[in-house]
Design a protein around this ligand. Sequence first.
Ligand SMILES: [Zn+2]
Length: 318
Amino acid sequence: MMKNLACWLLLIYSGLLSAAETYPPAEVTMQLRQLGANSYYVMGAPGIATDNAGFISNAGFVITPEGVVVIDGLGTPSLAWKLRELIRSLTDKPVIKVLVTHYHADHIYGLQVYQDEGAEIIAPAGVYAYLDAPNALSRLEERRVSLYPWVNEQTRLVKPDRVIEQDSELELGGVRLQLIYLGAAHSDGDMAVFVEPDGVMFTGDIIFEGRLPFVGDADSKRWLATLEAMSQRQLKGLVPGHGPAARNPALALSKTRDYLALLRQSMGAAVAEMTEFAEAYDTVDWSAFSQLPAFTETNRRNAYQVYLAMEREAMAAE
Ligand SMILES: [Zn+2]
């Protein structure tokens, strides 16, 4: 009996060891922050994708009586492993589900850590627009170089086990989570997660605290509508995909909303008046946002993207 037990312990120990050895340690500071009785998050550093060993995005988790639900997979398996260790310092419950707010490289390359543990991976519809595009593989190849050794030949793209196409709910041991399906907002498919007992919303990348939102190829119309709807809820906490949890959730929502509204209103007017983009851009009063980090790199591109989108919307409406 004792011998059996010793064997088991040895097996478990060597299992943990080999998993840990698979992931080159990411020498970054990852600090647990508690948001409510059940909810926690860790915050990536500001910077571009390859800064800080790839730790530039946030991840959260919710401890329930049935197991742990992780929100977002971080940018490398090493980072996800580090978070897994932090979770282990609070509970020995397994990670049973991972909710991916959206499929972008900085939020998904750590997913394999949880998949290997047996967790169910849940993502919003639109995920296959990302996974099936050639860009998904070429981006991974690029990160195997730019984020080596943390992203390497063993790093793989993890497909979801379940795809959410509408608002859904999870109830785990009395802890209720709302999965809010946002459609194509910041990416091809976005989802926010609301932890009911804590009043905490994990928004993914549709909210940016403290820096200018990157519009990318987002559907700004739907994004704006989503923020309008979200601002109707009573929030105690709001964790964006990047940067600190909002001290004032309503204000964080309204800042992103106001920026998108300005983009759409100003570029929409330019399209309606058939003003050239460059001329229109120079006449907009950006002063409410021009002090935000990333403004100079991002704003013109955001505006141009929205200008083109408003042109398409205008043509579709004709
Ligand atoms: Zn991101």
